[in-house]
Ligand binder design. Structure first.
Ligand SMILES: Cc1cc2nc3c(=O)[nH]c(=O)nc-3n(C[C@H](O)[C@H](O)[C@H](O)COP(=O)(O)OP(=O)(O)OC[C@H]3O[C@@H](n4cnc5c(N)ncnc54)[C@H](O)[C@@H]3O)c2cc1C
Length: 388
């Protein structure tokens, strides 16, 4: 089915980003395999992406961005990274553009904008968002990282884990409890602090070993009496939970769009493979089972794409609801899991070998049902919207 979401300007952007990925990530300048083994993308990749205009597209021009609040540009970044099988580079960049940047755009004071925005758009400053803690993930309001005001600083104590860009990040938006605690205060007592690289008392722990997303640094962070200047508070004290909740639909759409692209890429690789590979004197694609499996997955992926594109239009129009974003995230990531599993099966033993993109994409896919809110939480959001 022909997509109608994009215009020529997005397709031009896509062509440039494709060239960037071919040159800077896969070819000549890029060493994706080495980055996967190292568990991290070099910081220069962000700087080069910034120079190419692939970071902070929504940053106003006066702060060095493109000034385009059009999420379709963001979608192109994730789609193409999945298409060429480098989703873990895409994840760090989409985290920076789609998930962290909106907090800076919406809640920074003028002084903070001057301090950070142009360097976020150039890739000089890499961003991360730290909500999850060793003892809690889904139940955000139960967080135990605390910040108490001491003169012109907040003193932060606690730990965060599973933080994407956690090693590379220069600016970490950290969710902390500033309220007195107690049940009444569960949501209202949360604030967001921007913790900068080099802050006294802020340490990074291990770059965590994961089953997939190997070029993506995912880290533990610890705060031991970390002294964060009060001018690094984002927005109003105590309003952090509201800010987190209002940004989650965009985060979930970003994950959903990448999930559909990962499924499309897997189908394309598999169609190529089953046309070539022979068994019992015929191409394995000519078995009725292969045709039915691929026909079904192709159909489901197209249907998912249509829903996600509708959500993208709704986001651009300021109308994407939390329940539609949750539906998109739940459905597409479950589909991604099914597609990757069944496409891998059609590759036989080669599908289990990491030199094949399908094997890496299979491992990369597992987390999408967990992060951005576990899929069970997505169903809770949808279920509650039905009045249940
Ligand atoms: C690779 C990776 C990158 C990540 N990046 C970030 C990041 O950048 N920043 C960040 O803050 N976090 C990040 N996370 C954390 C992620 O968002 C959490 O792992 C996720 O929200 C789930 O929280 P949890 O792991 O504590 O699981 P838990 O909350 O312990 O839940 C475990 C399971 O229990 C079930 N469950 C929980 N609550 C309910 C419920 N109400 N109803 C039904 N079932 C339920 C679900 O099956 C769920 O999967 C990342 C995680 C990974 C793995």
């Amino acid at each position: 089915m022909r997509r109608t979401l994009f215009e020529d300007v997005h397709e031009d952007f896509r062509a440039s980003w494709r060239m960037f990925l071919a040159r800077e990530v896969l070819g000549e300048e890029g060493r994706y395999g080495e980055w996967e083994r190292a568990g991290i993308v070099p910081r220069e990749v962000f700087a080069r992406a910034g120079q190419g205009g692939f970071l902070g597209m929504a940053v106003p021009e006066r702060y060095g961005g493109a000034g385009t609040e059009d999420f379709r540009f963001n979608l192109v970044i994730g789609e193409e990274a999945q298409r060429v099988g480098v989703g873990s580079v895409g994840l760090g960049i989409t985290l920076h553009n789609d998930i962290c940047l909106p907090y800076f755009l919406r809640y920074c004071t003028e002084e903070q904008r001057e301090r950070w925005l142009s360097r976020i758009a150039s890739g000089e400053l890499i961003t991360a968002l730290a909500m999850t803690e060793p003892g809690m993930g889904s139940d955000l309001a139960a967080m135990s990282t605390r910040a108490r005001r001491e003169g012109d600083h907040y003193v932060v104590d606690g730990a965060k884990t599973f933080i994407t860009n956690g090693i590379n990040a220069d600016l970490v938006i950290v969710a902390v409890k500033t309220g007195a605690g107690g049940h009444q205060d569960r949501h209202r007592g949360i604030s967001l602090l921007v913790v900068e690289r080099g802050t006294e008392g802020f340490e990074r722990g291990r770059n965590l070993q994961k089953i997939g997303q190997h070029a993506q640094d995912t880290a533990e962070l610890s705060f031991m009496q970390a002294r964060v200047p009060v001018e690094n508070l984002l927005g109003q004290e105590g309003e952090g939970f509201r800010y987190l909740v209002s940004n989650l639909p965009q985060e979930r759409l970003s994950i959903a769009a990448a999930a559909v692209s990962a499924a499309e890429a897997a189908l394309e690789w598999t169609l190529g493979y089953v046309r070539e590979r022979q068994a019992f004197g015929q191409a394995i694609g000519s078995f009725q089972n292969s045709r039915f499996v691929l026909a079904q997955l192709h159909g489901e992926t197209q249907i998912a794409r249509t829903f996600v594109d509708r959500c993208a239009r709704a986001l651009n129009a300021g109308e994407l609801t939390p329940e539609d974003a949750a539906t998109a995230k739940w459905w597409t990531t479950e589909l991604q899991g099914r597609v990757l599993d069944r496409c891998l099966q059609l590759h036989g033993g080669y599908g289990y070998m990491l030199e094949y993109p399908i094997a890496r994409a299979y491992a990369d896919a597992r987390v999408t049902r967990i992060y951005g809110g576990a899929n069970e939480i997505m169903l809770e959001i949808v279920g509650r919207s039905l009045g249940l």
